[in-house]
Design a protein around this ligand. Structure first.
Ligand code: SF4
Length: 405
């Protein structure tokens, strides 16, 4: 796949950097970056420069096992090293014992104890984007996180809540988040922010606090984020909350719709209802927000009736949706549904594992479910509506955030 090829510009820049070799190279990698990491580590190995590799899924031993074998990689780190990183890098460069730090795997397979989720996020350093090449982008949009993890933490398919930083919900204080917005705005002369939290409403007072407070400290602030339309009596997404969010600069809101079938939502333990998703969609649009949703097809046991319900939901709500991302369902290593599949337990529908691809933390599945003509017809209908929605122009107010979420 093209996206997995090592990018020549990256290799060229690394080559330039190595003419005056640094003490170490630190790489934060997503799992599609295997070839790039291999190519970079190949270049650095020849110069004797250690490569410290981190990334969101290296807390999974199956995954770290694959990546630690890349020639030239000195350590694979599956831990939130916000506060420990300088000491860890020093331990690798000296070299003393990097295994004194939790969440580290060495090339020979030795590893330290699993790292615990980081507590007290207000004490983590603020991200430093000073060296980011802002001039190569059409606008300056600062990525931020108000917390880590998800208070619901139960969806059977979710790989986010088993990742390094997604395990257990932890939040910063509203004051700390607002302080960072003020500082990033000053440093980078921008008023635009992208919240990368798994969901901004795990603690409803966070989204309300940003909406209420940001105007005081960053005039004209605009921001976007993702939420979970869950069933708590107060999930921070009532109509007045959404209106306050829009008034406080929120421009775009994304949520995991997943399916229009209540049966399937319950099956995946999504903790949401079709009815509430529907009300949220209408309310968020009326409040002036651009709405994006994510969903998937092919969840184990999905029937023609489920797909019919999804197509119907999309038809009924198309006028309020700005973008839909309709993925094919993928099973990720370490998720509850992966455990069910590996143990051939109930809940795995007609799926079974054809091949484990731990390098990418996913498994290729084969299905014994024969999808009927009714299923295929409903899917074609759903895809047609998705195409129509995605072909439209975004709401004007959200244009600068196009493609980011
Ligand atoms: S609500 Fe979202 S982040 Fe939380 S468990 Fe479900 S899919 Fe994962």
């Amino acid at each position: 796949m093209r996206v997995e090829q090592a990018h020549p510009v990256v290799l060229r820049e690394i080559g330039k950097a190595l003419t005056n070799p640094p003490d170490a190279i630190l790489i934060s990698a997503y799992l599609q970056h295997f070839n790039s990491v291999s190519a970079i580590a190949g270049l650095t190995k020849a110069r004797g420069v250690p490569v410290v590799l981190g990334g969101p899924m290296f807390n999974l031993s199956e995954v770290a096992e694959e990546w630690r074998k890349i020639p030239g990689v000195s350590a694979v780190v599956g831990a939130e090293v916000d506060r420990d990183l300088p000491d860890l890098v020093e331990a690798i460069c000296r070299p003393t014992d990097p295994l004194a730090f939790p969440g580290v795997m060495l090339p020979d397979g030795r590893r330290s104890a699993a790292a615990r989720p980081l507590r007290n996020l207000d004490q983590t350093p603020m991200a430093d984007f000073t060296d980011f090449p802002w001039d190569r982008y059409p606008g300056r949009i600062v990525p931020m996180m108000t917390g880590r993890g998800c208070q619901w933490d139960k969806c059977l398919f979710c790989s986010d809540v088993i990742s390094v930083s997604g395990r257990t919900f932890r939040t910063r204080s509203v004051e700390n988040v607002l302080l960072e917005m003020q500082e990033q705005s000053r440093r980078h002369e921008t008023t635009n922010f992208l919240f990368l939290d798994l969901k901004l409403n795990s603690w409803p007072d966070m989204i309300r606090g940003i909406a209420k407070g940001v105007g005081r400290i960053v005039q004209g602030a605009e921001w976007i984020g993702t939420v979970h339309v869950d069933q708590r009596p107060d999930n921070g997404l009532a109509r007045p909350d959404l209106e306050a969010a829009a008034a406080g600069g929120m421009r775009r809101i994304s949520f995991g719709l997943e399916s229009g079938s209540q049966r399937l939502l319950d099956e995946m333990q999504k903790g949401s209802s079709v009815e509430r998703n529907s009300a949220f969609t209408r309310d968020a649009h009326a409040a002036g927000l651009s709405i994006r949703c994510t969903m998937f097809k092919g969840y184990p046991g999905e029937t023609a009736a489920d797909m019919e319900a999804t197509a119907r939901f999309l038809e009924d709500h198309a006028r309020w949706l700005d973008r839909v991302r309709f993925n094919t369902f993928t099973v990720h290593t370490g998720t509850p549904i992966w455990s069910a599949l590996t143990q051939k337990a109930a809940g795995s529908g007609g799926l079974s594992i054809a091949r484990s691809d731990h390098r990418r933390a996913r498994v290729d599945c084969r299905t014994t479910e024969a999808h009927t003509r009714a299923y295929r017809r409903a899917k074609a209908r759903a895809l047609e509506i998705v195409y129509q929605i995605n072909s439209r122009q975004l709401r004007d107010t959200a244009r600068q955030f196009d493609g980011l979420m």
